[in-house]
Design a protein around this ligand. Sequence first.
Ligand code: C2E
Ligand code: CA
Ligand code: CA
Ligand code: CA
Length: 281
Amino acid sequence: AKAAGGNAIRSHTPVMDQRVTFRMSLETRLRRALQEKQFELHYQPQVDATSGKLIGAEALIRWHDGENSIRPDQFIPVAEESGLIIPIGEWVIDCAITQIAAWRECFGEIPPIAINLSPRQFWRPSVSRHIIEHMQAAGLPSSALEVEITESVLLDADGGSVEELMQLRAAGIAIALDDFGTGYSSLSYLQRLPISTLKIDRSFINNLVLDDGSSGSEPLVRAIIAMAKSLSLSIVAEGVETQPQHRQLRTLGCDIIQGYLISRPLAATEFADKFLVDRST
Ligand code: C2E
Ligand code: CA
Ligand code: CA
Ligand code: CA
C-alpha cells in the first residue's frame, strides 16, 4: 500500500516538474559522460554527386553511457541549455583535430572533416581562437577542417558570433550553413555570414521525388541550387536515401551528396577502412 501511495503521489507531479527532473538527470549524466569519456565521433562521407569521389565528411557526436545510446537530438539541446555544450563542444573540436592529424599521418592528405558548432559556443569570444590554435598545434592546414553552423547563430548572440566566424574564415576555415531552408531562413543571412557552403535540409530531399509523380520540393531545391551557384557557394544535399533522389539532385546540378544512400555515419576505424584506404582505386 505504501508503494502504491508513493506512485499515486508521483503520478500527480506536474508535467513541468517531471521535465525538470528528467533534464537534471540527463545533465548529471552528461557531466559524468564528459569525465568518463563516453563520447565518440562518427563520420559520414560526403561525395561528389557525379563521380562518387570522397569530398569530405561530417563528424557527428555519439554517446553510449554503458547501457544505452542517447541520440544527439535528445542530449544536444540539454547540453545547450545547461552550458555543457561548451566543454562538450571543445571535446568535439579536439577529438576531430586529433583524428584528422592521425589520419593524415596514415593516409597523407585527406578531404576536409566538418564539425558542428552550436550557437551557444559563440557566446564566448574564444571558439575561433581555440580551433585555430589547436589546428596549428596539431600541424594541420586550415583546409583540413570545416565547421557547420545554423542560421540560429545570428538569433542567439549579440553579434559577436559573426566576428568569430569572420576570424575562422580569415584563417582559411570553410563554413557551411546547415539545415538550409528550415527555421526562419532569411536570405539576408547569406550575405551577413561568411559561408562557403549551403547544406540543403533533409526535409526537402525527402520530398524531392514523390511516388505520384508530382513535383514535391523540387522547385524549391532547384531554386536553392541556382541561388547558391549565383553566390558561388558549394551545395551539399543532406539525407539522400534513394537512387531516384540522387539522380534528381545530379540533374539539378547539386555538387555534393551526403546520406544513408552513400553511408551511415561510421566509427572512425570503419570510416577509414571504407573511405580513406586506397582512395586512388
Ligand atoms: P545535423 O547536423 O543536421 O546532422 C545530420 C543528421 O542527419 C545526423 O543525425 C545524421 O546521422 C542524419 N542523417 C544523415 N544521413 C541521413 C539520411 O540519409 N537519412 C536520415 N533520416 N538521417 C540522416 P545525428 O547524428 O543523430 O545528429 C542529429 C543532430 O545533432 C545534428 O543534425 C546536429 O544538429 C546535432 N549534432 C550532432 N553532432 C553534434 C556535435 O558534435 N556538436 C553539435 N553542436 N551538434 C551535433
Ligand atoms: Ca550538420
Ligand atoms: Ca543538417
Ligand atoms: Ca539539424
